[in-house]
Design a protein around this ligand. Structure first.
Ligand code: ATP
Ligand code: SF4
Ligand code: MG
Length: 333
């Protein structure tokens, strides 16, 4: 689905750090939007700037980060909101879930106490109402025996159940946008699929938009409408999930697709992209993907702009029109 109404618009987002080796521009001029109820995947290898981008949507970048640009949500710029309003916006309008639920759950309180406290803080309901609504929410996120689980501590839950409890916490206020940063990376494959299904179901049932951050383009393929591929601090391709899978236009996106596990291909035979993402202080001055690209040519030593490559489609590679890159289907043959 591509939503008609814009919920979030990120403009020229740049996040940099002062380091002993100079300025590290970890996110360099990102532009993207998320529509009401839309599910957008942000994919890329470690160090590409995904988490920093996700955190900036909640005004949660580390204090050392210099953040420039704009993050317009519901007509207001999150990057310049007063702290108090930002705190209210967080949770009520935008929530975030992480790879490790223990970053959001407090080990010394029961799961139920924590969800109830959030209900009471944001909705001003009575203790009994908060308890009842928390139990309903635990049930909605698929936690069996929600009454019993309500009184348990986070460490008493399995990893998958803890992740469900964190999702429940994030949904107390029915936020319009959920930022999910590697929400299933720590889980085994079966539980991972269940948690992804849950995120999709909740998004559909409540009209919640989702920014799903992952290094696994296969996860995006299963859950999202649109994909933003990040490499070395830049969005290098932006298109629908179907377009990316069928006919990627950037060599990096095509490379990520070649690494998706598939039946009949042993893990060691999957083609991974040689080399690794450079550190922000070492980004090449020309195409940042150049040192790892199999299509390098004269002209690639120039910085690459994100160019219009069709309806709702952008790519950061001057050769995109002439390259015929394999998508997921071709890699699967
Ligand atoms: N506090 C900081 N000081 C300096 N550099 C930082 C800081 N935080 C992050 N970075 C750098 O910013 C870059 C992007 O980090 P980010 O965490 O957004 O990457 P990511 O795409 O989420 O990676 P991963 O998949 O490993 O989570 C990395 O190179 C990281 O080293
Ligand atoms: S600009 Fe050149 S190096 Fe960069 S992705 Fe395109 S072909 Fe590869
Ligand atoms: Mg990250």
């Amino acid at each position: 689905m591509t939503a008609d109404t814009e919920l979030l618009a990120v403009g020229d987002l740049t996040i940099s750090f002062q380091t002993p080796r100079g300025v590290a521009q970890a996110v360099s001029g990102s532009n993207f939007t998320i529509g009401v109820g839309e599910r957008v995947g942000m994919v890329g290898e470690s160090g590409s700037g995904k988490s920093l981008t996700g955190l900036s949507l909640l005004g949660l970048t580390p204090p050392a980060a210099n953040v420039a640009g704009s993050v317009i949500f519901d007509g207001r710029d999150i990057l310049s909101l007063p702290k108090k309003e930002l705190r209210r916006m967080r949770g009520e309008q935008i929530s975030m879930i992480f790879q490790e639920p223990m970053t959001a759950l407090d080990p010394v309180f029961t799961v139920g106490q924590q969800i109830s406290a959030t209900f009471r803080a944001h909705h001003g309901v009575s203790r009994a109402d908060a308890k009842e609504r928390s139990i309903q929410l635990l049930q909605e996120v698929g936690i069996p025996e929600p009454k019993r689980r309500y009184s348990e501590y986070p460490h008493q839950l399995s990893g998958g159940m803890r992740q469900r409890a964190m999702i429940a916490m994030a949904l107390v206020c029915e936020p319009k946008l959920l930022v999910a940063d590697e929400p299933t990376t720590a889980l085994d494959v079966t539980i991972q699929a269940q948690v992804l299904d849950l995120i999709v179901k909740l998004s559909e049932d409540h009209g919640t938009a989702v920014l799903l951050i992952t290094h696994d383009i296969g996860v995006v393929a299963e859950t999202c409408d649109r994909v933003l591929t990040m490499y070395a601090g830049q969005i290098i391709e932006q298109c629908s999930v179907d377009e990316a899978l069928e006919r990627p236009k950037h060599p990096y996106t095509s490379g990520l697709l070649s690494a998706i596990p598939r039946p009949g291909v042993a893990a060691e035979d999957l083609r991974s992209i040689p080399g690794r993402v450079p550190l922000p202080v070492d980004f090449p001055s020309g195409c940042r993907f150049g040192p790892r690209c199999g299509f390098l040519a004269d002209g690639c030593d120039e910085p690459q702009d994100l160019v219009d490559a069709g309806p709702h489609r952008w790519v950061r590679c001057w050769r995109h029109a002439e390259l015929d890159l394999p998508g997921a289907v071709a890699h699967h043959r």
